[in-house]
Design a protein around this ligand. Structure first.
Ligand SMILES: Cc1cc2nc3c(=O)[nH]c(=O)nc-3n(C[C@H](O)[C@H](O)[C@H](O)COP(=O)(O)O)c2cc1C
Length: 209
């Protein structure tokens, strides 16, 4: 965990809870006020650019947290620089809760989970949206997945403040349909091969069960 992440997450009330439960001294070593924004390295970049979904938390101007799913084809998240990521925000149910929330408070939290490898990355950042018709054409093209029918309504740009890798505990391994298809293809080939061998054996010995 970075100093910056601890500085954001460990508010006075959080620190009091850590004190109460005996973990404060351990975490205090990590924490110092301030700290430069975290920079995404090769591991974070690779992880984010292979994600097909994540959960995005915003805060309303009435103080309520709001979590919404964001997804797209693998690669829909683009790392623009070590401190900035972007993704295409597709036309949805027209509620615009996340879009409205960041007008008053641009602070967001993301959790990105790789269920196959049981990894998860948490990020804090500042989010702003740029409507697709106002976005820089090159940026819009860069974040828009090819061969994906959903309409890109706006580009979401997040300036990363801090991130932290989570442990794999309690992540149930899950595979997407596309990942299952790859595994099933090899099983299907084996079944076809065995069926052909069985048919051949039956042909040689018609009386066998
Ligand atoms: C036709 C349609 C219906 C949707 N209905 C819902 C819904 O009932 N509940 C929900 O959480 N998301 C729903 N979604 C997904 C959201 O619209 C989508 O996650 C969107 O990005 C949310 O934006 P917001 O977080 O700014 O409100 C729907 C999407 C589409 C295209």
């Amino acid at each position: 965990m970075s100093r910056r992440f601890a500085d954001i997450a460990f508010t006075p009330n959080v620190r009091a809870q850590q004190e109460r439960h005996g973990s404060r001294s351990q975490y205090a070593r990590m924490q110092a006020a301030g700290g430069a924004p975290d920079r995404l390295g090769p591991d974070e970049t690779d992880f984010l650019e292979h994600a097909d979904s994540f959960y995005l938390a915003t805060v309303s101007e009435t103080g309520w947290p709001y979590v919404q799913h964001r997804g797209g084809p693998k690669g829909f998240v683009t790392v623009l620089s070590p401190e900035r990521i972007a993704f295409a925000d597709f036309r949805g149910n027209l509620q615009y809760v996340s879009a409205g929330n960041v007008v008053a408070n641009d602070r967001v939290a993301l959790i990105v989970v790789d269920y196959v490898h049981r990894n998860r990355l948490k990020l804090f950042g500042h989010l702003h949206f740029v409507d697709a018709d106002q976005a820089d054409a090159e940026l819009l093209q860069r974040v828009s997945p090819s061969d994906y029918s959903a309409k890109v309504e706006r580009v979401a740009i997040i300036d990363v403040a801090a991130f932290d890798w989570n442990c794999p505990q309690h992540i149930t391994q899950r595979y997407s349909r596309a990942q299952m298809e790859v595994m099933l293809d090899s099983l299907r080939a084996q079944v076809a091969d065995l069926e052909a061998k069985l048919a051949e054996a039956r042909g040689r010995n018609p009386g066998a069960g």
